[in-house]
Design a protein around this ligand. Structure first.
Ligand code: CMC
Length: 388
């Protein structure tokens, strides 16, 4: 006879918080969120200032090394990233064996992990090793995302163009044509907005993996796998499908009422940290508007704004407002990017945050090993298979 489950240990139960909500798991000096006021800073700089005035690579440098680079440091970092954009033909050949129907996040997770095979030296206390690992990952992740996009269409990946800066080059490798400079600038700002967000699920995953002192490619691969889920980075892919399902502005309210009655999560809404509109959604909305004003309207934008207004009445009192994923898809769609690439693009950006946390974790490492409250059976007598 099976023994009954034991009662939860009361002392543990007192401290147990599902999803670790509100439980500090580390000290960090990288990013700060004020979820009541809708403020987000990277290393003390507001994300608005960075999105308006910085570049993604400058932001990467800031996140990882804690200070904005001076002109020489920035030029060197940009040059190094440019020099390391190419990926080995062996990785491209490996990617050609991936099923074309596979999700690009799975392709990215596998190819990111494979970098560990090529750069196996591990010297976690050597600043030069850290620098090179950062350069390689920041440079090669976009190339691998673009390569899989062409490979799954039956084409050969195209090589990076040395005359194009980071975001223009990525869009070029993806779409096979150099983008309009404004489009590239808006895309670069999107990367800044997605670059870091404190201890979200994928970053926590990165820190846990980092704490074992494994290599940085495994750190990023584990974080990519975590980001892929629909409650995290995967949500942006579903927002457009949701808007298309709603179909027209007159359907917004009935659709929303049905969804809320069915206790369905509205994709692109809600956040563990923010009880007001996510500041990144505010900026992304401005960027979307800028794109539509320049390159032509998107009817889904009007529908999205109507949904936001209707949701504010119904979900606002619970502190549920648009998050970063709500408007990003509309921007990417206008740039001609396939929906299932939205999360890989999130990963391109968030690699910066993951690596900043990797470096910070190494600086004061203790392996993560939380406890649990055992709720299973105890004292069961083993029986031979014939007697069960
Ligand atoms: N639509 C409708 N109700 C919601 C939503 C939503 N999007 N989000 C939360 N709620 C409700 C939820 O039903 C619950 O209500 P009740 O207390 O009555 O049962 C309450 O709000 C608390 O929800 P929760 O799921 O316990 O909150 P959480 O902090 O665990 O979840 C979240 C945060 C982001 C997972 C959740 O808001 C969600 O699933 N949102 C939709 C998916 C999404 O857009 N994800 C992207 C997040 S931002 C980018 C990123 O970090 O990757």
């Amino acid at each position: 006879m099976a023994a009954t489950p034991t009662a939860p240990q009361s002392a543990g139960e007192l401290s147990f918080r599902p999803g670790l909500e509100g439980v500090p798991a580390t000290h960090s000096a990288i990013c700060d969120i004020d979820g009541q006021q809708g403020l987000l800073t990277y290393r003390g700089y507001s994300v608005e200032d960075l999105a308006n005035h910085s570049t993604f690579l400058e932001t990467v440098y800031l996140l990882i090394w804690g200070e904005l680079p001076d002109a020489d440091q920035l030029a060197e970092f940009e040059h190094e990233v440019q020099m390391h954009r190419r990926v080995s033909f062996r990785i491209r050949d490996m990617m050609k064996c991936f099923p074309a129907s596979g999700h690009p996040m799975d392709a990215l997770q596998s190819s990111a992990a494979s970098l560990g095979l090529f750069y196996s030296r591990r010297a976690l206390d050597d600043p030069q090793y850290i620098y090179q690992a950062v350069v390689r990952l920041i440079a090669k992740i976009p190339t691998m995302v673009a390569a899989f996009q062409l490979i799954r269409k039956g084409q050969d990946p195209i090589q990076p163009r040395d005359d194009l800066p980071f975001s223009s080059n990525f869009l070029y490798m993806l779409t096979e044509r150099a983008p309009d400079p404004l489009a590239a600038q808006i895309f670069d700002a999107c990367l800044i907005l997605h670059a870091e967000h404190s201890l979200n699920a994928s970053t926590f995953s990165a820190r846990v993996t980092a704490s074992t002192l494994t290599d940085p490619y495994a750190v990023v691969a584990s974080a990519v796998g975590t980001l892929a889920g629909p409650l995290h980075g995967g949500a942006n892919e579903y927002v457009l499908a949701m808007l298309e399902e709603i179909g027209s502005e007159d359907q917004v309210e009935p659709w929303l009422d049905r969804a809320i009655a069915a206790k369905q999560k509205i994709m692109g809404f809600g956040h563990r940290e923010y009880k007001v509109k996510d500041p990144r959604a505010v900026i992304l909305q401005q960027l979307a508007k800028q794109l539509f004003d320049t390159f032509g309207d998107d009817p889904l934008y009007d529908l999205a704004r109507k949904l936001e207004a209707a949701a504010a009445e119904r979900l606002g009192p619970k502190g549920i407002y648009p998050n970063v994923d709500f408007y990003s898809g509309l921007v990417y769609r206008k740039l001609g990017i396939a929906e299932d690439l939205f999360t890989p693009i999130f990963a391109i950006a968030r690699t910066a945050g993951w690596l900043a946390h990797w470096k910070e974790q190494l600086g004061a490492n203790r392996i993560y090993r939380p406890s649990q409250i055992y709720t299973g059976s105890t004292g069961r007598a083993w029986l031979p298979v014939q007697s069960r």
